[in-house]
Design a protein around this ligand. Sequence first.
Ligand SMILES: Nc1ncnc2c1ncn2[C@@H]1O[C@H](COP(=O)(O)OP(=O)(O)OP(=O)(O)O)[C@@H](O)[C@H]1O
Ligand SMILES: [Mg+2]
Length: 213
Amino acid sequence: MQGVKRGIFITFEGVEGSGKTTQAEALVEWLQEKKVPHIFVREPGGTRIGEKIREILLALEHREMHPTCEVLLFLAARSQLSYERILPAIQGKKVVVSDRFADSTYAYQTHARSLPERLMAVFNRFATAGIKPDLTFIVDVDVTKGRERGTVYDRMETEGEQYHQKVRDGYMRLARRAKKRIKVLDGEKSIDALRSEVIHYVQEFLTRKGYAL
Ligand SMILES: Nc1ncnc2c1ncn2[C@@H]1O[C@H](COP(=O)(O)OP(=O)(O)OP(=O)(O)O)[C@@H](O)[C@H]1O
Ligand SMILES: [Mg+2]
């Protein structure tokens, strides 16, 4: 991509079953069609080491996991993903699409589990070498509706309705704080309608950043 100085980092966030993966995959398909160099990763995971940490984090039998252990494991996986895959891709002028990233830590651990926000922000910067998404889509949906749609049942999903409601509130707080970076999508709309919104938005964003599409 001539004229582009660095890659672009796009993340998808939202409560369980909101449609993050569906929309991230649709965007990746579009990037393929447009022949835009890109990578697609997911959190927790996206690396050999991170996928193992994912298994530990999501295993149903790990009911006793303490919130501090939980957040440190998420950060460990994110650190490996950042250094092994995201940073090199951004330096290589690629578009990085990630299914979840640091905003999940804010919503799930800092906000919903009441961990100290400033400390978590410092840990996050340490783990990620300070990389931040350029653009984030929060797919917002009623938590009950999202959970009804959900397909995989894991440890995070065993948490009650109240916890997931707090997660959703956490995301909305973030969106109010970072209006420029975060675009909130109405997850109740159809998959196709959401896909059009995402692609329209990304197309404009990339064009502004010098991509020829
Ligand atoms: N806008 C939508 N309307 C109706 N159904 C949807 C919509 N988006 C996704 N779905 C369906 O809901 C289910 C969950 O979607 P998806 O896996 O994309 O959600 P997710 O946010 O990635 O979930 P998880 O948090 O479990 O990873 C899928 O079966 C998907 O086809
Ligand atoms: Mg998903």
